[in-house]
Every structure is written in structure tokens, then in C-alpha cells.
Design a protein around this ligand. Structure first.
Ligand code: FMN
Length: 352
């Protein structure tokens, strides 16, 4: 039987694709102060100075994950990152952090250009303080109504993240969020699409739909520059999309935000933890807010156990469904180059 091979793409379409990609990314890249509009989303324990600086040096935009860091630790991490790159990078702060105000001061002190607030709407006063420092404020918008509210309150850019993502997730997929939200808000401010992106073809698609850029997390965990433990990286390289499952809420009274992670013994440990916290609630030993914070501390500890200590059985292997497209350890600059080539090729073909 004769084999059918696709004819090689004409050179003109490659150049067209690159030009179109450059044009589609320009708004997002200008907003970030980067060469390309690809953000490495903050990942607790993983997104520290080495990965963040490498990402920004490669032309993308790195974001430090503050997570549960104290103000002093964040201060040291920002200083360490500045020592490794002169390029812009951002800092991701979690709204629930009890010292949010001091963390904002640390960012202001360092003249951090972009602050990303995760974990809920900006608490009273935080938006004004971040913007007052001259920094650009980015927030996550899990639904259109919330996106409109955030736009009215003055945020500078939004991230819309679907449930395919690694870490804490909402209930709706990236493809649906993008269709619902981009036509309504993308002309008002830059919107970055996150969750489930593993190849440049998907980046091209979201840019064509109006996104200013994209945010990836899972794809960067196995970068050479990532300090994640070799066991953590091996687990990512072995896993397929269906291994990255969302945690199950065992008690309807305890509103646990689901977390997507690779299934292991730690998945069961989390179920047991939820039961323990629910019992403390029953016995009125803790209030709801405290119970939720306890769950968040649990995740931070479990993730550290896997990322830093390499205990991939009992720790948390937070990963998105795009984990199936992570096949080896490679320099972050090569990952970026590959994503850009794929996106440009896709755009070139569509233009033709
Ligand atoms: C290991 C891991 C840890 C994460 N930690 C955080 C975090 O601390 N704060 C946050 O806002 N997002 C966190 N995320 C989400 C990422 O910033 C990013 O939005 C997400 O990974 C994008 O989806 P993807 O994994 O499908 O690429 C984490 C993701 C992973 C995989």
C-alpha cells in the first residue's frame, strides 16, 4: 500500500505563522514586559528563584509562589531572584495568608512589577495598596460575573483557569471558560488562559480566541532548572492525563477546594485528613475559617513532602492533565522554543 505523506508546508506559511504569533502575543508580552506572552504559573515549592529567573531569562514570565512563606522568606526569595535575572517577574500571593498586608509591603519594597492574587477576591484595601505601589495587579476569575466585578474594581489583567489544571481547581473546563469569557472581556483588559495547555497548538487557539497570553504550570515542572526532587519529576514523566485526578470532598459541610494531583497513597491520606477536620468542626473545636486554613496547611505540607523530600507515595503530586505531554527533563528555553514553534506552525497552516 502506498504511504501518504503530507506535503511540506511552504516556507511562506512558516514566516506568516511566526508573524501572526508575534502579533497575537504582543499585547500580553507588552503587559508582562517579556518577549513572549507565556507565564509560568506560580507553583508552591517549585516556583522559587531558579525556575522563576530561568523562565524570565528565556523570554517568558516567571512568577514566585509565595504560598505559606513568611514576609522574611519572601523578601529573601525576591532578592535571590533579582540576583539571577534582570528581566521582569511576578509574585503570587494567596489572599488567605494571615500576613497578606506585610507580604504586599515586601513586594512594594522590592518594586515588584506584577502581583498575582490567588485564592479568592482581593481582601479590602489590598487592591488599592498593590496598585498604589505602581505594581500591576492580576487576579483569577473563575466565572464571568466575577470577572466583570474584578474589572470594575480596577484589576489590570485576569487569569482564567480551567479544571484541567494542576493544584487547586474550579469546576469548569478551560475550553468552556475561554468560550464564555473571552468574547465578553478580552477587549477590556489582557486575559491569560491557563489549565491543560501542553502544546503550542492550544496556545495558538486561545490567542485566536482573544487571549492576550497563556499560563502553564505542569509543563514546566520537569525543566532542568526546576528544583523539584528527581522522584517528583520521574512521576510526572511516567504519568498520563488520566492519572491526574481531582480530590474528593468527603463532607458537604467542609467546603474543600478540590486539588488535582497524581493519584497515590497521599490521595487517601487527604480523605482521612478531611474526616479528622470535619470531626473537629462537629465537636466545635475549630471554626469554619480555621478548618479551611488547616486544610490549606495540610496541602502545603504534603506538596513540600513530594516536591522537596521526594516522598512521592505519601506527599501530594499536584499535576494537571497536561502531565501526559511531559516526556523528559529539558531546559526551560527549549520548552519555550518548542511551544512557540508549534504555535507558529499551527497559525501558519490556518493562515494558508
Ligand atoms: C505543583 C503545582 C503547584 C501549584 N501551586 C500553585 C500556587 O501555589 N498558587 C497558584 O496560584 N497556583 C498554583 N498552581 C497552578 C499553576 O500556577 C498554574 O495555574 C496551573 O498549573 C496551570 O495549569 P496546568 O497545570 O494545566 O499547566 C500549582 C500547580 C501545580 C502543578
Amino acid at each position: 500500500m502506498a504511504t501518504v505523506t503530507a506535503p511540506p508546508a511552504p516556507a511562506a506559511s512558516t514566516a506568516d505563522g511566526k508573524n501572526r504569533l508575534e502579533r497575537l502575543m504582543r499585547r500580553g508580552a507588552d503587559f508582562l514586559g517579556a518577549r513572549v506572552a507565556i507565564m509560568a504559573g506560580a507553583m508552591s515549592w517549585v516556583s522559587e528563584r531558579n525556575l522563576v529567573a530561568a523562565m524570565s531569562n528565556a523570554g517568558g514570565f516567571g512568577v514566585i509562589a509565595c504560598g505559606a512563606m513568611t514576609p522574611a522568606l519572601l523578601d529573601a526569595e525576591i532578592a535571590g531572584t533579582k540576583a539571577l535575572t534582570e528581566k521582569p517577574f511576578g509574585v503570587n500571593l494567596i489572599t488567605m495568608h494571615p500576613q497578606l498586608s506585610e507580604l504586599i509591603d515586601v513586594c512594594t519594597g522590592h518594586g515588584v512589577g506584577h502581583v498575582v492574587l490567588a485564592g479568592g477576591l482581593p481582601p479590602a484595601g489590598s487592591l488599592e495598596r498593590i496598585k498604589g505601589s505602581g505594581a500591576k495587579l492580576m487576579c483569577f476569575a473563575p466565572a464571568l460575573a466575577l470577572a466583570k466585578k474584578l474589572i470594575r474594581s480596577g484589576v489590570d489583567a485576569l487569569v482564567i483557569e480551567g479544571m484541567e489544571a494542576g493544584g487547586h481547581i474550579g469546576p469548569v473546563s478551560t475550553s468552556v471558560l475561554a468560550q464564555e469569557m473571552l468574547p465578553e472581556i478580552a477587549d477590556q483588559l489582557p486575559v491569560f488562559v491557563a489549565g491543560g495547555i501542553g502544546r503550542g497548538q492550544a496556545i495558538a487557539g486561545y490567542l485566536e480566541m482573544g487571549a492576550a497570553g497563556v499560563q502553564l504550570g505542569t509543563r514546566f515542572v520537569c525543566a532542568n532548572e526546576s528544583i523539584a526532587h528527581p522522584n517528583f519529576k520521574k512521576a510526572f514523566i511516567r504519568a498520563s492525563a488520566r492519572d491526574a485526578v481531582a480530590s474528593v470532598q468527603v463532607d458537604p459541610r467542609l467546603p474543600v477546594i478540590p486539588v488535582r494531583a497524581l493519584k497515590n497513597a497521599g490521595t487517601e491520606l487527604f480523605t482521612a485528613k478531611q474526616r479528622e477536620v470535619a470531626q473537629s468542626l462537629d465537636e466545635a473545636k475549630v471554626a469554619m475559617a480555621e478548618a479551611q486554613l488547616e486544610i490549606e496547611h495540610y496541602w502545603a505540607g504534603a506538596l513540600r513532602r513530594a516536591v522537596i523530600d521526594g516522598d512521592v507515595e505519601h506527599g501530594s503530586l499536584m499535576a494537571g492533565q497536561s502531565v501526559g505531554m511531559v516526556s523528559k527533563e529539558e531546559p526551560i528555553a527549549e520548552i519555550i522554543a518548542k511551544l512557540l514553534d508549534e504555535a507558529a506552525a499551527a497559525l501558519g497552516k490556518r493562515a494558508g
